[in-house]
Design a protein around this ligand. Structure first.
Ligand SMILES: O=c1ccn([C@@H]2O[C@H](COP(=O)(O)O)[C@@H](O)[C@H]2O)c(=O)[nH]1
Length: 307
C-alpha cells in the first residue's frame, strides 16, 4: 500500500476501539422519555456574548458553551451547537466546537451539530468523515444536512452515520419564510420537494422500523413555524419513523402550542429546538437550567394533546 492510499484509508475508515453504540434514534427516544422533547441550542452570537458580559472571541465562546452544557446536562435531551457561531472565529472557534462535542459526551447529553452540510457525493464523503466518523473531534451524536443537491447526494453521510450509530437531520420544511420557495415546489409528478425528502428519509428508516426500534436515525428538520404546510403538501411526517427536529420555538415566534398543530399524528417524534429564548436567561447556570426545564415541560405538555 502506498503512503497516500494508507492515509486515505485512515481518513475514511477511522477504526475505533469503542464498541458501536446503540443507534442514535434509540438513544434519542430514551433521552426524550427521560427529559422531555427539548433540544437547547448553543448559539453564541455577538449579541448574546455581549449580554452575558463575555468577549466576542474564543474564550467568550468557551465560557458560554460550558455554562450551557453544565445547565442542561441531566435536565434536557440534547444540545444543538450552531457551527456558524464557532466558525466565525476561525480555527480557535472550531476548537471550541470540538470541546463542546467532547464536553457533551462526557456529560451524557446528546449533541446535534447544526452544520447543515450538503455537497456532491465525493465531497459529502469528506463531510461524513468530519461530522459522523468515529474519532473525528467534530462528530457529535447527530448532524444536520441539506438535501438540496439531491437527497442521494447525502448517501455517503447517511452510510457513515448508520455505521457509527449517529443520526442525521435532513432539512425538509425549514423555519424561515424563504424556505417555502424551494421546499413547497412540486416536481413533474406533483410531489412537493419536502414530501419527496420525507419519503426518502422514511426509506432510510425502514430497517429500524422493521427491527422495532422506537425511532430511526434519519430525522427531518421541520420548523415549528411552518403551520399547516406539512398537511397541505402531503408531507407524511408520521411515515418517516425518524425524529423531527423543530426549530423556531421562542425568538422566531412559534410556541409549544404550535407543535401539536404542525406535527399532528407525528408529534411523538418531535424534538423541539430553542436557542435565543433560553440563552437569554444566562449567564447564570441555574437560570439557564430553569428556563430550559420550563420549556421542556411546556413542549411535553403541548405534544400530549392533539387539537
Ligand atoms: O429550519 C431551521 C433550521 C435550523 N435552524 C437553527 O436553529 C436555531 C434557531 O435559533 P432560535 O434562537 O431558537 O431562533 C439557529 O441555530 C438556526 O440556525 C432554524 O432556525 N431553522
Amino acid at each position: 500500500m502506498t503512503q497516500q492510499s494508507h492515509q486515505t484509508q485512515q481518513l475514511t475508515e477511522q477504526p475505533t476501539q469503542q464498541s458501536t453504540p446503540q443507534p442514535f434514534g434509540v438513544r434519542l427516544a430514551a433521552a426524550m422519555d427521560a427529559h422531555g422533547p427539548l433540544c437547547v441550542g448553543i448559539d453564541p452570537s455577538p449579541a448574546l456574548l455581549a449580554a452575558w458580559g463575555l468577549s466576542d472571541d474564543a474564550s467568550g465562546l468557551e465560557r458560554f458553551s460550558r455554562a450551557v452544557v453544565e445547565a442542561v446536562a441531566g435536565s434536557c435531551a440534547a444540545i444543538k451547537p450552531q457551527a456558524a457561531f464557532f466558525e466565525r472565529h476561525g480555527s480557535r472557534g472550531v476548537a471550541v466546537l470540538e470541546q463542546v462535542v467532547a464536553d457533551a459526551r462526557a456529560a451524557g447529553v446528546l449533541c446535534v451539530v447544526d452544520a447543515k452540510r450538503g455537497d456532491i457525493g465525493s465531497t459529502m464523503a469528506a463531510y461524513a468523515d468530519a461530522f459522523a466518523g468515529d474519532g473525528s473531534p467534530l462528530a457529535g451524536d447527530a448532524v444536520t444536512a441539506s438535501p438540496f443537491l439531491g437527497f442521494g447526494s447525502l448517501d455517503p453521510l447517511l452510510d457513515v452515520a448508520a455505521r457509527t450509530g449517529r443520526g442525521v437531520f435532513v432539512l425538509a420544511l425549514t423555519s424561515n419564510p424563504e424556505g417555502a420557495a424551494v421546499q413547497h415546489a412540486r416536481g413533474q409528478d406533483g410531489e412537493a420537494v419536502a414530501a419527496a425528502v420525507a419519503r426518502a428519509a422514511a426509506q432510510r428508516n425502514a430497517a429500524a422500523q422493521a427491527a422495532g426500534e422506537p425511532l430511526g436515525s434519519v430525522g427531518l428538520v421541520v420548523g415549528a413555524t411552518t403551520g399547516d404546510a406539512a398537511s397541505r403538501l402531503a408531507v407524511d411526517l408520521a411515515a418517516v419513523h425518524g425524529p423531527l427536529l423543530a426549530p423556531g420555538i421562542g425568538a422566531q415566534g412559534a410556541g409549544p402550542a404550535d407543535l401539536a398543530r404542525v406535527f399532528g399524528p407525528a408529534r411523538s417524534a418531535v424534538l423541539a429546538s430553542s436557542s435565543r429564548e433560553i440563552l437569554s436567561a444566562g449567564p447564570s447556570v441555574r437560570a439557564l437550567q430553569e428556563a430550559a426545564v420550563r420549556s421542556a415541560v411546556a413542549c411535553r405538555n403541548a405534544l400530549r394533546h392533539h387539537p
